[in-house]
Ligand binder design. Structure first.
Ligand code: ADP
Ligand code: MG
Length: 559
């Protein structure tokens, strides 16, 4: 049998590549800059082992320039460059990654942090350019070469002039069409924003000449334009810095720069994890809920970076719903990305990271509760309901995480207390955790149903939010103590003797009660004497699982 190789129709493959793997055209710049950064990395790694190479950190940079008249956008780097063969191999063969090979050949270098791996990113340039020209001079080579292609038609290679080692990529930006406004890629400030968004933490300076204006000399109102070179990227992300070198203000600035909120964060958490999967992360607990927090429009998620390159602006898998208020970033070198580098190949790594993040947030909140009660109450005011929704919506599966973070107003303490504090204060003969529901603390305080329990010297938790009782029903118990509404039929306070007496009383006054019941026909199910009342002649109560308050909430919900 003869074994044959697959052949690919490269034109069609290229077309597929260019038009279907990326969701945003603007990522071509992220891809080209990442390649430049990889090329500089390679030169840098070489200079570590080859002492005959004498390089200075300041010789490493990436330069972006725009020529509006000629409709070109150029990306120049001072990286390792490509020989004629390498141009053929790396740019002429789809899915051939010189960077992937480099990583394999240099396994001995620790901390190698090269971005490229799939050998397709380069072609994303054809999303915005009709012609791409690459002029490159490789390290150790006397000649420079020019590779040029208009996409599907193939490419040409010829000798070129270039003095310095490195690569320049020149994109001839497409003309505008009805649907696409390509001129955006010739706009200085737009390009600058794209760099900031995706490549802010590339480790080498990305320079660009920007047009600015200033007052003309001697003039009060006439301006003149001038050009000034700027380094666009911040290079070292704050999450890679050492915690000890950072101040609260640094974290606050980062929070604001990232537009996580207009408030100051209540808490910043900085994680640097090494191990099965290494990552750095900065998490924030905001001090105020965003205006859309309790609406459907709110999207949770953390920013996800892979080796300093932005992959996703809001990765929802990193954060559980009940902590959806948390903002921040995660950066890892160990993610397996899919080919477009926009989604992940496996979620196992994400799950590991998410689990750690959840633990960390829980620990921080607990710590805040113990050490800084006032701050915690501020947090709880804003986000307490989210914790309760969390317990309710997943049927209490995460109660271990959440139950100790809950707080309710106490009839005795006249302030917010935790369930733990409630149970610790319980007299020995008290069986249940009592609660009362209502619109406000004041109104609950006046409820006739609370009298008997208070009289016994027992504490009552006041539930003023609709969600409270629903969440508690999911918990069922706290430290083996069941929750009991003060309006429920059996409060667990009556002795057998009391119950006998009540029975007898019902028997005696049968006619009176049935007369009252028929008067209230359709409004109540039964009328009975009660032992709970002291200062009030009558009260409403419910039987079974649902309290009156819960029934009210359920009745208000759309079917
Ligand atoms: P990847 O970056 O995933 O390897 P690309 O399609 O982006 O794939 O690039 C293909 C290869 O071309 C790279 O692996 C690298 O070997 C080479 N290359 C691309 N751009 C440059 C550059 N600016 N300098 C040196 N080599 C480059
Ligand atoms: Mg690449």
């Amino acid at each position: 049998m003869e074994k044959r190789e697959f052949r690919a129709e490269s034109k069609r493959l290229l077309d597929l590549m260019i038009n279907s793997i990326y969701t945003h055209k603007e990522i071509f710049l992220r891809e080209l800059i990442s390649n430049s950064s990889d090329a500089i990395d390679k030169l840098y790694y070489k200079s570590l082992t080859d002492k005959s190479l004498d390089f200075n950190k300041k010789d490493f940079y990436i330069d972006i320039s725009i020529d509006k008249n000629n409709r070109t956008l150029s990306i120049l780097d001072t990286g390792i460059g490509m020989t004629k063969d390498e141009l053929e191999e790396n740019l002429g063969v789809i899915a051939k990654s010189g960077s992937f090979a480099f990583k394999n050949e240099n396994r001995s270098i620790e901390d190698i942090d090269i971005i490229g791996q799939f050998g397709v990113g380069f072609y994303s340039a054809f999303m915005v350019a009709d012609t791409v020209t690459v002029i490159s001079k490789a390290l150790g080579s006397d000649d420079a070469y020019k590779w040029k292609s208009s996409g599907a038609d193939g490419y040409t290679i010829e000798k070129a002039d270039k003095d310095t080692i490195g690569t320049e990529i020149i994109l001839n930006i497409k003309s505008n069409t009805e649907d696409e406004y390509y001129d955006d890629f010739l706009d200085e400030y737009n390009i600058r924003n794209i760099i900031k968004r995706y490549s802010d933490f590339i480790r080498y300076p990305i320079k660009m000449e920007l047009t600015k204006s200033k007052l003309k000399e001697g003039s009060q109102d006439e301006f003149e334009e001038y050009k000034e070179e700027e380094t666009i990227n911040s290079m070292v992300p704050i999450w890679r810095k050492n915690k000890n070198e950072l101040t609260d203000e640094d974290y606050e600035n980062f929070y604001q720069e990232k537009h996580y909120g207009f408030d100051k964060p209540l808490r910043s958490i900085h994680l640097s994890m090494d191990g099965l999967i290494s990552y750095n992360s900065i998490l924030f607990i905001p001090s105020k809920a965003p205006y859309d927090f309790y609406t459907k429009e709110y999207e949770k998620g953390l920013e996800l970076y892979s080796s300093g390159v932005l992959i996703m602006e809001k990765c929802p898998e990193l954060i559980p719903d009940y902590f959806s208020f948390v903002k921040g970033v995660v950066d890892s070198e160990d993610l397996s990305l899919n080919i477009s580098r926009e989604i992940l190949q496996h979620d196992r790594q994400l799950k590991l990271i998410a689990k750690k993040i959840e633990e960390k947030i829980k620990d921080e909140l607990k710590l805040m509760l113990e050490k800084d009660r006032e701050k915690y109450e501020e947090f709880y005011n804003n986000f307490g309901n989210q914790l309760k929704y969390g317990i309710y919506s997943d049927f209490g599966i995460h109660k271990e995480v959440l139950q100790d973070l809950l707080m309710f107003y106490s009839s005795k303490e006249k302030k917010m207390i935790t369930l733990k504090e409630y149970v610790e204060n319980m007299p020995e003969d008290q069986k249940y955790i009592y609660y009362a529901t209502g619109d406000s603390i004041d109104r609950i305080d006046k409820l006739p149903q609370t009298e008997l329990v208070k009289d016994k010297g027992y504490e009552i938790l006041y539930f003023v939010e609709d969600i409270d009782e629903f969440a508690i029903k999911m918990l069922m118990k706290y430290e083996d103590k069941e929750f009991k509404s003060v309006s429920s039929g059996d409060l667990g306070l009556e002795t057998d003797e009391d119950k006998e007496k009540e029975k007898a009383e019902i028997e005696e006054n049968k006619d009176l009660f049935s007369a009252m019941k028929s008067l209230l026909e359709g409004k109540v199910v039964d009328v009975r004497p009660s032992k709970r009342l002291k200062n009030h002649p009558v009260c409403l109560s419910s039987e079974g699982e649902l309290s009156i308050e819960m029934e009210k909430v359920l009745n208000m919900m759309p079917d």
